[in-house]
Design a protein around this ligand. Structure first.
Ligand code: BMA
Length: 325
């Protein structure tokens, strides 16, 4: 039986036929990078960011680094998934009591749609210390801050796109204050998105390309074979960190069970825009679009902490690779 994507059709998914024959399941867009340096006034670089279906097109929450080097979150809208109208003003959130939420910094956002609500998770500063921020929006104009699910220090907070066994499930990567030289992926559970517990270790680094640390990437994708988790893995070389992408399949009813995990990376820095930039040798996946009719998957990823790109695959190619490698 062909593996199937569980979810809605997305006939306008950005997609291009395979161009690269390198034995890996993903191939890059010929239009990469789709967002280049200095995309709007005041923003030097947009990279690790999330794109979701919205209306008859797409909405995005971008990580944008300002001209003074500070990371903030920005909204964008697109009809085709390639070109975005990006708002020049960073996102201003309000708290549940209507008062403004003073975001110290924000980076590496993920967005997941549950019903008619979009949940945004990002690396937020809690009195200066990095941890996960959670907010909700219905229209990408008004964002309501919903607190910090876990204590500092943590990064790479990613929510599953539906409750599992009556609970929301969150992936995090506990860390430290700086360029954390370690990291495993953990699961936490909540009935109400406010109180989180039952923390469990999900995965630790395994292969050489990810031996330093791993962190969840886009929101897990529900498939007939389990939850497809794409994640980043980091290795250390004598000239710095290298960020690649791995893949695993988790049990649909109990995502703490890893059914399969690829020994080899699914994407690694190869192109000049991935190898050269503000931080060289980084591919950092943060979101996917999926079309359940064709099995097509579009992956958005940041490159070298400088530009934003797209890659493509289909579910069968990814599953065969993860199970076979
Ligand atoms: C991580 C995060 C990412 C970044 C990566 C490489 O710690 O800060 O935003 O892409 O480092 O610099």
């Amino acid at each position: 039986m062909e593996p199937k994507l569980i979810g809605a059709p997305l006939p306008n998914i950005p997609f291009e036929e395979r161009t690269e024959q390198n034995g890996l399941p993903f191939w890059r867009s010929a239009k990469n990078p789709i967002i280049y340096r200095n995309p709007v006034k005041g923003v030097a670089r947009i990279y690790n960011s999330a794109v979701v279906p919205f209306g008859d097109g797409f909405a995005a929450v971008f990580r944008g680094d300002t001209l003074n080097g500070w990371p903030l979150l920005y909204v964008g809208f697109s009809k085709n998934g390639y070109t975005f109208d990006i708002c020049e003003r960073p996102i201003c959130m309000e708290q549940e009591d209507g008062k403004p939420y003073a975001m110290e910094y924000g980076y590496d956002p993920r967005v997941v749609q549950v019903g008619d609500t979009y949940y945004v998770l990002w690396c937020d500063g809690l009195q200066g210390q990095p941890t996960i921020g959670l907010a909700e929006t219905k229209d990408f104009k008004k964002f309501i801050f919903r607190g910090h699910p876990v204590l500092p220090y943590s990064r790479n907070g990613v929510l599953f796109p539906r409750k599992i066994g009556g609970e929301y499930v969150l992936l995090t990567r506990p860390s430290d204050q700086g360029h954390t030289p370690y990291g495993d992926i953990y699961l936490s559970y909540s009935k109400d998105l406010t109180y989180w517990g039952k923390h469990k270790l999900l995965m630790q680094p395994k292969s050489s390309w990810e031996r330093l640390k791993i962190g969840a990437g886009p929101a897990p994708i529900e498939t007939s074979e389990g939850w497809l988790l794409l994640y980043h893995g980091v290795t250390q070389t004598c000239s710095g960190y290298v960020y690649s992408m791995g893949g695993a399949l988790l049990d649909r009813d109990d995502p703490s069970k890893v059914l399969h995990r690829s020994e080899n990376y699914l994407l690694t820095p190869e192109k000049e825009y991935e190898c050269v930039g503000f931080v060289p040798n980084v591919v950092f996946p943060c979101s996917t679009l999926t079309d359940s009719v064709t099995g097509r998957i579009a992956l958005y990823y940041g490159c070298a902490d400088t530009v934003f790109s797209l890659a493509f695959s289909t579910l069968d190619q990814i599953i065969n690779y993860i199970i076979g490698s």
